[in-house]
Write a protein that binds this ligand. Sequence first.
Ligand code: GLA
Length: 390
Amino acid sequence: MTSKELQTIFQETFASQALPPVYFAPGRVNLIGEHTDYNGGHVFPCALTIGTYGAVQKRNDRKLRFYSMNFPDMGVVKTSLDDLVPDKKAGWTNYPKGVIWAIEQKGHSLPCGLDMLIYGNIPNGSGLSSSASLEVLTGLMVRDTFGFDDLSMQDLALTGQYAENQYNGMNCGIMDQFASAMGKKDCAIFLDTATLEYTYASVALKDARIVITNSKVKHSLVTSAYNDRRRESETALKDLQAVLDIQTLGDLTEAEFDANCSHIADPVCRRRGKHAVYENQRTIRAVEALNRHDVEEFGRLMNESHVSMRDDYEISCPEIDLLVDLAWNTPGVLGSRMTGGGFGGCTVSIVKNDAVEHFVSSLGAAYKESTGHEAEFYVVDIGDGAHRLD
Ligand code: GLA
């Protein structure tokens, strides 16, 4: 999709003469560090080159008009700045509306409404952060349209997360919005979610590539299961805080956790706490390994991460476990794990260049035979964070 095409469709959709500016915000894949971002731990995501595009123009009244080329059946959704309340019927527009609401909550009133055209090429329900990219995109478009220049890209990430939490009811951490706003070509972001300090690590995998496999499966109740995990981790933390002076589970080493975990009363919460602590330490070690070009160790830690998500955090599902098992048993695969929130979505694997073709055909065939689903594969290019295009 080119900027010119989006501008033309914008003009046709909103019967407008003006040439609107065009923006892009990427989706993300997380290489390691899952469900650590609301536990004060580290994450290691990178921005993709697929994402969400938008064109925007301000109006001279308080109306908001949204059109998504991905949801043409919904037509132009008309609402206003005086109607920023979550509503199931508002469908996808709850995301941009939530961000506008959040920007206003944080002290920037929009002087007038806007028209917004959206087009996204992240597969729906894939867990590659189509909603976070839409949130960051909206924040950036609103910031530029109204000259809210004091909002940094990091502020836009936080605003997107606030909207997701408070407007859309998903108690997510900061990882997805941060990756979409702050991504950098060919790098992953090593982010400490307790302080928001971060460094970029060059993803140099020698003779290997990152391959995403989309299971095409998304189990229902993902939001409530996600929110349950978050609550269980918080219970684990509370129990530990009775005996330890810690702010988050990210403050603990594995040995400290093991020595104190008997204080977590509920065995389920104990397992959740274990994942949060071990996964954080694993992420730190994985980034160290990558920085010293030890791709094999990085892959091994990815495998451990999957086992922990499967057994301790219990956020995998049979289809994803099958894809990961198949990958582990395919020559030339250095590591493979589920990526993202869980219960379906995608796996991420490190595959040697000369094994990628076989990986795609053999996993695709075996997965289809067992589940009936056609997996999709994306060989990843790491892109930049959200920016203006035209
Ligand atoms: C979802 C959330 C993120 C993060 C991941 C799990 O993508 O939006 O904040 O918690 O799940 O790592």
